[in-house]
Design a protein around this ligand. Structure first.
Ligand code: VGL
Ligand code: ZN
Length: 202
């Protein structure tokens, strides 16, 4: 791929794979093809969901049901099972993911008060992760997204990417959805409406 493109691999971590705290069905099956996709790119970015134990997006910290919604200062928030706790095995990348070629590993969701689905902004939609600056300085114009989960972190990263003026492509065969309340369909529809291109790697 050209110098002006980047592959952004979202949250390929144990907790989103088989046996993990927030497992996405067949998530681990993406590892091999994502490793293959890396061979086509000069710039590779990995994101890592990286929450403190007291994170406000955990149902356990709100005495509430898993997958219920609460209102935060920044809007509605789904309450998740405890996952991707900083330094835990669940937060590690899947053991077969090739991490040798990555230029940047971006950790997100570190602020206990704000969740962060997108690789660009926390869920308050204003606190930046710094990724935009990194890509702009490297003159990257086109983003190719893959990883977990299609309807949360991949979706919100793709939306922010296009809103920031990048060309955004999602490898739909290198991502899998959690699919709460039709979220997979809604994510796909919104992406298409916004001009995000859903393409296949294989
Ligand atoms: C994710 C829910 C909570 C994701 C992360 O990677 O899609 N989803 N934290
Ligand atoms: Zn998370």
């Amino acid at each position: 791929m050209k110098m002006s493109s980047a592959l952004i691999i979202i949250d390929m971590q144990n907790d989103f794979c088989h046996g993990g705290a927030l497992a996405v069905k067949d998530g681990e099956k993406l590892v091999g093809p994502i490793n293959d996709a890396q061979e086509r790119f000069d710039t590779i970015i990995l994101t890592q969901d990286w929450h403190p134990e007291e994170h406000s997006s955990f149902a356990s910290n709100n005495s509430a049901e898993v997958y219920s919604n609460i209102e935060m200062d920044y809007g509605s928030q789904i309450l998740w099972p405890d996952h991707c706790i900083q330094g835990s095995i669940g937060a590690n990348f899947h053991k077969n993911l090739n991490t040798n070629n990555s230029n940047l590993i971006l950790r997100k969701g570190c602020n206990p008060k704000i969740d962060s689905y997108s690789a660009f902004f926390e869920n308050d939609k204003t606190t930046t992760t710094g990724l935009e600056g990194y890509l702009v300085k490297k003159k990257i114009k086109r983003l190719y997204l893959c990883g977990l989960a299609f309807d949360y972190c991949v979706f919100y990263s793709a939306l922010d990417g296009i809103n920031l003026g990048f060309d955004v492509f999602v490898f739909q065969d290198l991502t899998k959805a959690i699919n709460l309340k039709n979220s997979e369909k809604l994510a796909r529809k919104t992406m298409i409406e916004k001009g995000i291109k859903l393409i296949n790697f294989i």
